[in-house]
Design a protein around this ligand. Sequence first.
Ligand code: SAH
Ligand code: SF4
Length: 407
Amino acid sequence: MTSVLEPDIALEKTPLERYVPPAKPSLVGLTRAALAEALGAVGVAPSQQKMRVQQLWHWIYVRGAQDFAQMTSVSKELHAVLDAHYTLARPEVVAEQVSVDGTRKWLLRLPGEHAGERPHEVECVYIPESDRGTLCVSSQVGCTLTCSFCHTGTQRLVRNLTPGEIVGQIMVARDRLGDYAGMERAQGVGVPTGGDRCISNIVMMGMGEPLYNFDAVRDALAVVHDGDGLAISRRRITLSTSGVVPMIERAGAEIGVMLAVSLHAVRDELRDKLVPLNRKYPIAELLEACRNYPGVSNARRITFEYVMLKGVNDSLEDAKALVRLLKGIPAKINLIPFNPWPGSQYECSDWDQIEKFSEIVFNAGYASPVRTPRGRDILAACGQLKSATEKLSARERMALRAMAMTD
Ligand code: SAH
Ligand code: SF4
């Protein structure tokens, strides 16, 4: 519990790598315009492109085709041309873990910049509940930010994901769940009540800061919410940011999904330590950007995430200050029990304290569901994601063993 007394850690790290496209690129994740361009590049006439894009999108996103030969409404000649230049590849799945509570985590392998060096890995998590199935998607390998309670924040290796790699995470999850039209579902997998797909909701809450990879996230989500694409409506997509103030307005205008803000503290002095980006964009500026978020209303509230850290930000005074701070902003409050990770320096608040905190927030009129941690046994909960390629230090290994014994 010493972290708040420790000297300031760096606010940001520098990305180390870039994406280098393979010789035969994948068509997964291309916007309609980019796909039309890709078709034009292999000789599809401009007058045909719109129709072909529509056909390909149907096969890729509605039917989950992994091979051009499956596309029966597309001519054999075009199959051959497409196959010679492109693939329908998604990120490679290297491991699948299923938690006792049904949460599933996939470890995905992505190419690194330098041939011969170890590839990158990101994780993506599916959380089934009775009324929804949520997929938690990553936007970067690691994160350039350094939030002190977040496992991803301790990871050094970083590159931005491409739109294909972002959309690809959803495609992989649908592949593994059998979640495309006409496909048989994987064993033991159900559909939320009232829905017809396992994955009904997307949260950009995996690894990385989505607003630091703005263009790729925008383009990827355009494919996700398009009715002829993955067809998950904007209201069922939530983008979580640690508070990149200058990008919040653009996010509302150009992406238009639900916004979640990782607040975690009500005073700048503490938030500076928990979310060091606060030193650049302090609380008042962040809340002002939230007030002005395009489309915000009582029907489209902003979710404020607040991780419960024992003895750090969980006093009842903090709860009252939180309520005062959010006055006038159409808001929901999401209290997240801290998920420990190997070597983390915080503890989760006592359950009793979380309940008292939650009661204050609730009595002030905020729906404040406390998110029960899911998938803790497979390190799939918020902030526990970290590539396996990042070798565990001896200290982490010891801590992991200790956690396994106490869980
Ligand atoms: N970078 C974005 C989105 C990814 S993190 C952001 O920071 O908002 C998703 C959520 O998990 C954030 O609210 C983050 O603060 C929270 N989180 C990170 N580490 C956590 C941990 N160890 N326990 C609980 N929540 C954590
Ligand atoms: Fe990055 Fe979000 Fe983790 Fe902070 S909480 S280090 S912004 S992933």
